[in-house]
Design a protein. Structure first.
Length: 61
């Protein structure tokens, strides 16, 4: 019983550290500027899927 309690406590601590590191990294990345060179506006037909959008984007670049 004592070993199981110790296991869960260690697991809880490790998960807490991982969650804290994840939150820290997300906040760090949120403050970083995006490497956008120019604004691009796409006009799509209704019902265009993501694959058609990707192909359209690849053709323009």
């Amino acid at each position: 019983m004592k070993k199981m309690f110790r296991f869960f406590m260690v697991l809880l601590i490790v998960l807490g550290i991982a969650a804290g590191a994840g939150i820290w990294k997300v906040r760090q990345l949120a403050k970083a500027p995006l490497p956008i060179k120019q604004e691009t506006i796409f006009t799509l037909k209704q019902g265009t899927g993501r694959l058609a959008l990707a192909l359209s984007f690849m053709k323009k670049n």
